[in-house]
Design a protein around this ligand. Sequence first.
Ligand code: FES
Length: 193
Amino acid sequence: MSDKQFKHKLYVKKNNDVAFTASTLEKIQTIISHYPNGQQKSALIPVLHIAQEELGGSLNVDIMDYVAGLLDITPIEVYEVATFYSQFYIDPVGKYVIEVCQTGPCAICGGEDMIQYLEEKLQIKVGETTDDKLFSLKAVECLGACGSAPVMQVNTEFHEFLNLQKIDEIIAKLRSESELKKPEELTWKERLS
Ligand code: FES
């Protein structure tokens, strides 16, 4: 083991409660094998997606440290990436994560009004989750669909050319779908289905 690798290990806090299954570890090994030797850090984003999906729907420090250990990188390298991209959640989130674009083109087409309307409708502020754990609201930067502004993303689904009526319909549909199963009974994978 090189000095560099040894130094990394010193900073990785072990938590035996955090672990992927054997089949997930195999999947991760395959992802790492797509990159040149010593460049396993390149697998960080796909591994974080897997961690978020399989270890409870968000990334806490223990999970990020575990990922750092797996990829033999420092925890700070994982924190930097996990806190930069809005698709990674550091705090627990609701069943539906509503991300409204707040960047210029969406903002001037009514994005800010959409955020305010959602805050009033859901009775939460940006960054919060409803008491029933159904909705989390986030304001994010450009979602890459500026030509369809204003835009929001709910989990993996895009909603473009938003207006207040569309928001009412989307929230009503999600609420009726959620009645099929209580939020606390859903796995993270079911949230994405
Ligand atoms: S500015 Fe909103 S999607 Fe690009």
